[in-house]
Design a protein around this ligand. Structure first.
Ligand SMILES: [Fe+2]
Ligand SMILES: [Fe+2]
Length: 331
């Protein structure tokens, strides 16, 4: 398709996606790395075929002993979130108005992105298993529940809402993995710090890709993108593990305790939420977008005022104090 220089008439997601698809295909190598150049979980974990294996495990367990209770809880929550990848992949393939041809830009992107993401849960799960601090059966029950429960994140099958959500989420996971890396280092677990660091940098690349999809869509369908952005922010961006639970407990309860722990540690806070929103507003130059229809203008006005409003709310939020005892963690 020819490059579009003018706005596409309203309601033509299909044309916009057809316009985006060659871009996805061509630019993919900018945001994803060739398989054999990538790090793999085995690069970080003790090698069971080596004589030193048991010594390496002992070292790993000694460092893991130093991690604070909240940090282990957050790490488990992060790991389960990563391991619910089949939910995210199937959700991405359900997006409407895109060409579902396996050789097309969208499906190729989804599969390559999934392939990169799959390493995250794999690495963290193996680390947690070896650490000796985790009740693996309880953690595995939570993972199975989360996969079964799925997600309810308010995007529907709309590509714009989907890319806005994924842009936000990839930035959020970048922040949280990066912070966990910092805390692990402080607690003396250098291996875990390195692992979370490399995962965080994957997330940052992914964020750039999804943000670029929206930047492109903004060029040709700004009002509709703006309205979709407003809608997602009004609904609030919920985390993909928002239905997380422990065995015998109601849906979503473990998630609340997990996010309290993240807030307490400063791994992911209400202020981070606002910072991510600000980054998206900057990236998509929301304030200076022109040629909007009435709904688009209203959406833009709402969005540019939102960070200040949210910061006032964040100020008034109370820090969750009590540490919750998870079934996931051995006492
Ligand atoms: Fe990830
Ligand atoms: Fe990610």
């Amino acid at each position: 398709m020819q490059a579009l220089t003018q706005q596409i008439p309203e309601g033509s997601r299909k044309e916009v996606m057809a316009y985006l698809e060659p871009f996805m295909l061509n630019e993919m190598s900018e945001y994803l790395k060739p398989v054999e150049e990538m790090w793999q979980p085995a690069d970080f974990l003790p090698d069971a075929s080596r004589d030193t294996f048991f010594n390496e495990i002992r070292d790993l367990q000694e460092s893991a002993q130093e991690l604070s209770y909240d940090l282990v809880a957050v790490l488990i929550g992060d790991t389960i979130t990563e391991e619910a990848l089949p939910t995210y992949e199937s959700w991405l393939t359900m997006v409407e108005n895109v060409n579902k041809n396996e050789q097309g830009g969208w499906m190729k992107w989804v599969r390559a992105w999934t392939a990169e993401e799959n390493r995250h849960g794999d690495l963290l799960n193996k680390y947690l298993y070896l650490s000796g601090r985790v009740n693996m059966r309880e953690m595995e029950i939570s993972t199975q529940y989360l996969l079964q429960d799925g997600i309810d994140i308010g995007t529907g099958n709309d590509p714009y809402r989907n890319f806005i959500y994924t842009s936000f989420q990839e930035l959020a996971t970048n922040v949280s993995h990066r912070r966990v890396a910092g805390l692990a280092k402080k607690d003396g677990d250098r291996l875990l710090a390195k692992m979370c660091g490399v995962i965080a940098s994957d997330e940052a690349r992914h964020a750039k890709a999804y943000m670029s999809f929206i930047s492109k869509a903004m060029e040709v369908d700004s009002s509709e993108v703006m309205v979709a952005f407003e809608d997602m922010m009004r609904k609030k961006i919920v985390m993909p593990a928002h239905l997380l639970r422990e065995s015998g407990e109601p849906q979503g309860e473990a998630f609340a305790h997990f996010s309290d722990a993240a807030q307490r540690l400063g791994v992911y806070t209400a202020v981070d939420y606002v910072d991510i929103l600000k980054e998206l507003l900057r990236e998509w130059k929301v304030e200076s977008v022109k040629e909007l229809n009435e709904a688009g203008e209203r959406a833009r006005d709402y969005l540019v005022r939102l960070p200040d409003r949210l910061l006032r709310l964040a100020d008034r939020m109370k820090m969750p104090e009590k540490t919750f005892r998870f079934k996931w963690i051995h006492d």
